[in-house]
Write a protein that binds this ligand. Structure first.
Ligand SMILES: [Zn+2]
Length: 243
């Protein structure tokens, strides 16, 4: 980088910080937050445990089918629920709890915390879902997954203040099922990369798509055949701590 480029870079940094004002969130990287333990991506361990996570639900068609499949293969999952969908289908979330799965916070309106995120906005989005869980007598787990995985220092800090841990997913287990990539691609993503301590990202609400459900019909028996146990995020994390 020459002197001119450095000057330009400094100038653009200055401009963006002025435009962004005081609320422009900065972001530490993965290694920083893995050291502080405030954000979880995966939990390396010797045991053959994997956490399947399902975001954006509940969905009246896909969620019950996923619950049936999990039951068939003695698997537990973690459902990152959004508030506006809980409003419509609270009984499905209650069923998730009743069947010993984990229910966790994915904001009220599925808000992306990008630039200009304020503490107040993050707090309101987490808390309004939290109070809905309370109204329905649904026990939520202490996990928070910011929509789209958009985290920054403010998101992590507010989550922490409210008693949550931020949980993302294993980078090699992002199925992108929300984009309807095809059943075989979802299956291959999970099975080609499955390692101990993985957190797999899937969605039980993808408008009009049954790809995740179809993929699970192959993924669950194969993981079971390889000796993996599918557990909640809480169980996965607790095994990581014990090692
Ligand atoms: Zn989401």
């Amino acid at each position: 980088m020459n002197a001119f480029q450095i000057k330009w870079l400094l100038l653009s940094l200055l401009v963006s910080s002025v435009i962004g004002g005081f609320d422009l969130p900065s972001k530490h990287d993965r290694s920083y937050y893995e050291q502080t333990g405030d954000v979880v991506w995966d939990v390396p361990m010797k045991e053959k445990l994997i956490a399947l996570t399902f975001d954006d639900g509940p969905n009246p068609i896909a969620t019950p089918l996923i619950l049936e499949l999990l039951k068939t293969y003695h698997a537990k999952g973690t459902f990152f629920v959004v508030g506006y969908r809980l409003d419509k289908y609270p009984d499905l979330v209650k069923r998730e709890i009743r069947e010993s799965h984990e229910v966790a916070n994915h904001t009220n309106l599925h808000t992306y915390f990008k630039k200009n995120t304020s503490k107040q906005a993050v707090r309101a989005e987490i808390q309004s879902l939290s109070s809905k869980f309370e109204d329905h007598n649904i026990q939520e787990s202490p996990w928070f997954r910011p929509p789209g995985g958009y985290y920054n220092d403010i998101v992590v800090q507010v989550a922490k203040e409210l008693g949550y841990h931020v949980v993302l997913w294993s980078w090699h287990q992002d199925t992108k099922d929300w984009s309807k990539p095809g059943v075989d691609k979802i299956i291959a993503k999970v099975l080609d990369n499955a390692r101990n301590g993985d957190i797999v990202l899937m969605h039980d609400h993808v408008g009009g798509s049954m790809q995740t459900v179809e993929a699970l019909k192959k993924i669950l028996p194969e993981l079971q055949r390889r000796g993996f146990k599918m557990v909640t995020v809480s169980e996965l994390v607790s095994h990581g701590i014990m090692e």
